[in-house]
Design a protein around this ligand. Structure first.
Ligand code: UDX
Ligand code: UDX
Ligand code: ADP
Length: 465
């Protein structure tokens, strides 16, 4: 079976870039991305390619090339579903904020709504592909809804988790480490697996396309994120020991990373991991383990999250104690708000927690981030409900110019590893600050020696002073 027409439900950080790349690599397939959010679809259709809803290096160029040819963005969901042979579900699956499993389980409300909409709108057989990260066995829930509420047409359900990382989405999609497709064992299911594998085979070598059963595929995605997050928490735990003992965490990372069994990637100590996936997926894993009575397994993975919370709190505590135990009324500059560089995404960013802690100490914060909007920063803080929106606005200001953001401040903290921070004129920043001028580098981004020579008091994660 050759797929000619793809519908993707959800035009977010996963659906948007993934479909843009499929459209670019498969000129003979028509790809339509649909969303209930009209503003988001309008932004994807914007003539100004700087206004796309998602910033990813290289993405605008691909959208420019494919949009209007075989890549479309629309809010006409039912029609697009009906016309498609294959439907990807890429809607958000946040952590539940209510009821059973609150704060842990994935909220499958949006997935279920999607399944019901697919059932209602489909008049011909379809292959339905889970792209969003989902708890193990979600495919069977989707299948049950489709089979029982549909128009008698046949659905094959596949799991095809996305492993792209934000900031490198396009590169990850064009040259993935692997493509994982989970499907059932019946002949029809296997045909569906082949149809999806054929799409990727347009640009991904066959030996990188891995097929498994549905549950292995669903669980592999949670496992990959849990392992990656665990590496960050592990090196962050070591960073605290380094600070006490005089070891340097960068030297430790390098030394252990040269062991081929460990590997050198993902060993950068930081102020804490963020992003929409790590925390959500581990909480989800913990919830699944608990629901099977696997308490030791649940406790093991929960430590990864607890360590991450500790790292964020320890960072802000250290700022307060270094600044003579009070930051009340002091201006503190945040360079970076995004959860990592090269993205405008701020979900679970460490900057949010560090800001909240410092605002509790009555600091006056000034933020500069090259890609994150002012509205987003205030929404992130207001969402915590720690203080009123008016208070957040009066205590935290946002600057469009980094030098203005740093002027007259007592301390600068680096929360995102944006490259541009390295090339700033740190001498002139120093001149315009209160003295002693502190830098708290949550990303190990700047050069300690250079900054100290200028006169800064420089604190780096994982290095004893
Ligand atoms: C270990 C370190 O590997 C080595 O670098 C260090 O110098 C000494 O400690 P060793 O204990 O000799 O070496 O053997 P290793 O191969 O690491 O195995 C340790 C244990 O882990 C064994 O019981 C092994 O069966 C087990 N293991 C290892 C697993 O259960 N699964 C694995 O994937 C790997
Ligand atoms: C992650 C997975 O990498 C990706 O495969 C999956 O599809 C989605 O979740 P993402 O959250 O976009 O991707 O970014 P990632 O590069 O994994 O970084 C996550 C967080 O960990 C960031 O806050 C980053 O700064 C932090 N991090 C990462 C560290 O603090 N140290 C490291 O060494 C690596
Ligand atoms: P992710 O990082 O998983 O891509 P996002 O929040 O960026 O998450 O994107 C998910 C998108 O899915 C949002 O734009 C949201 O409006 C859309 N969405 C959620 N539910 C539905 C639905 N039932 N139909 C269509 N789009 C939906």
């Amino acid at each position: 079976m050759k797929i000619k027409n793809i519908c993707c439900i959800g035009a977010g950080y996963v659906g948007g870039p993934t479909m843009a790349v499929i459209a670019k690599q498969c000129p003979n397939i028509k790809v339509t991305v649909v969303d209930i959010n009209q503003a988001r679809i309008d932004a994807w259709n914007s003539d100004d390619f700087n206004k796309l809803p998602i910033f990813e290096p290289g993405l605008a160029e691909i959208v420019k090339e494919a949009r209007g040819k075989n890549l479309f963005f629309s809010t006409n969901i039912d029609k697009t579903i009906d016309e498609a042979d294959m439907i990807f579900i890429s809607v958000n699956t946040p952590t539940k904020t209510y009821g059973k499993g609150k704060g842990m389980a994935a909220d499958l409300k949006y997935i279920e709504l999607c399944a019901r909409q697919i059932a209602k709108a489909s008049k011909q057989n379809k292959i339905v592909v889970e792209k969003s990260t989902l708890p193990v066995r979600t495919a069977s829930a989707i299948k049950s809804i489709l089979d029982n509420t549909g128009n008698g047409v046949q659905f094959q359900i596949l799991s095809n988790p996305e492993f792209l990382a934000e900031g490198t989405a396009v590169q990850d999609l064009l040259d993935p480490d692997r493509i994982l497709i989970g499907g059932g064992s019946s002949e029809k299911d296997q045909k569906a697996v082949d149809a999806l594998a054929d799409i990727y085979a347009n640009w991904v070598p066959k030996d990188k396309i891995l097929t498994t059963n549905v549950w292995s595929s669903e669980l592999s995605k949670l496992t990959a994120n849990a392992f990656l997050a665990q590496r960050v928490s592990s090196i962050n735990a070591m960073s605290e020991i380094c600070e006490k003992t005089g070891a340097d965490v960068r030297e430790v990372s390098k030394a252990i990373g040269m062991d081929s069994r460990i590997g050198s990637k993902f060993l950068n100590a930081s102020v804490g991991f963020g992003g929409s996936c790590f925390q959500k997926d581990i909480l989800n894993l913990v919830y699944i383990a608990k629901s099977y009575g696997l308490n030791e397994v649940a406790d093991y993975w929960e430590q990864v999250i607890l360590m991450n919370e500790h790292q964020k709190n320890r960072f802000s505590d250290n700022m307060v104690s270094t600044l003579y135990n009070t930051v009340s009324g002091k201006k503190i500059t945040f360079l970076g708000w995004a959860f990592k560089k090269d993205t405008n995404d701020t979900r679970e960013s460490a900057a949010i927690k560090v800001a909240d802690n410092l605002l509790n100490e009555q600091a006056k914060i000034s933020v500069y981030d090259p890609k994150v909007s002012e509205e987003r920063i205030y929404t992130d803080l207001d969402y915590l409900n720690t203080r009123s929106s008016d208070e957040n606005k009066s205590l935290l200001t946002i600057n469009k110019d980094p030098y203005d953001a740093c002027k007259d401040s007592h301390a600068i903290t680096i929360l995102t590893e944006w490259d541009e921070f390295k090339s700033y004129d740190w001498k002139s920043i120093y001149k315009n600050m209160q003295k002693p001028a502190f830098v708290f580098d949550g990303r190990g981004l700047l050069n300690k020696k250079e900054l100290e020579e200028i006169g800064f008091v420089y604190y780096n994660i994982g290095t004893g002073n």
